[in-house]
Design a protein around this ligand. Structure first.
Ligand SMILES: [Zn+2]
Length: 258
């Protein structure tokens, strides 16, 4: 071993696969893992071991984050970058786990310039180049096939912001057109806003809704992207049926531009 070998950054492929009992516990009932090939499963388990090693997990408010919780966050978080590569997560290091949803003070400005402040109950949040905050109960409910996946949602924001801003378009591989992305996502977002306006409820009805995506997707283009990513991994048929172009673009993006 060379004297500078300790300086070499360890990469996911250098790690052992995540322990089988943790892998089995996390993947049970979560359809996104069922569609992976054996090679993908192996790569994902190594990447999850890397993730747990290099990211700092910080428990807030007396919550207990056990090995299973770390494995759940790591495996769900690594799913989107399985093909893109772990480098997409190299600009942040901390995961904060909260005992429950948390209230965030929001500000909105309407067309007449009237500023309204309101409290929004969130299950996760990213800060630019900073920590990712999760509600642990929401993590434990994520990925069971109903399109709800707070981990993938927040990771989608992390991918989106890598080119400097949250706008619903992450940095794309050369083989993909930013203009085509904006057109497809813009059309789908506009359609979804119409669907939400037509639906009787103004609340976030989410999983039980007849809408193809969680109503939260109508908040902004970046939230539409994050919610579409949740659906891509967790309820892909529903996304494909409603917005086939978005589904196809996400498939190409997550496979590295193929
Ligand atoms: Zn979001």
């Amino acid at each position: 071993m060379g004297i500078f070998s300790f300086l070499r950054r360890r990469r996911p492929g250098d790690y052992d696969e995540l322990r089988i009992e943790l892998w089995d516990a996390v993947r049970a009932g979560r359809p996104a893992f069922a569609s992976l090939t054996p090679e993908d499963c192996s790569a994902l388990r190594r990447m999850a071991s890397w993730f747990i090693d290099v990211k700092d997990f910080v428990a807030l408010g007396g919550v207990r984050v056990d090995e299973g919780d770390e494995a759940t966050i790591a495996l769900l978080a690594c799913l989107p970058v399985l093909r893109l590569g772990a480098g997409w997560y190299d600009d942040w290091s901390t995961i904060l786990a909260a005992p429950d949803g948390f209230v965030h003070r929001m500000t909105s400005v309407d067309g007449a310039g009237v500023v309204t402040e309101y409290d929004d109950l969130l299950s996760g949040r990213v800060t630019e180049l900073g920590p990712v905050l999760f509600s642990l109960p929401d993590v434990r409910e994520s990925g069971f096939g109903d399109g709800y996946n707070v981990v993938v949602h927040e990771m989608a924001h992390k991918l989106d912001e890598r080119d400097g801003g949250l706008d619903g378009c992450p940095p794309l591989p050369r083989s993909m057109s930013r203009r085509a992305w904006r057109a497809a996502f813009g059309d789908a977002y506009a359609d979804f806003q119409v669907r939400v306006a037509r639906s009787s409820s103004g609340r976030r009805v989410g999983r039980a809704s007849r809408l193809p995506l969680d109503e939260y997707a109508a908040e902004s283009p970046d939230e539409f992207f994050a919610v579409a990513c949740e659906a891509f991994f967790d309820a892909p048929q529903r996304l494909e049926a409603a917005y086939p172009e978005v589904y196809e673009l996400l498939g190409r993006f997550f496979s590295g531009g193929a």
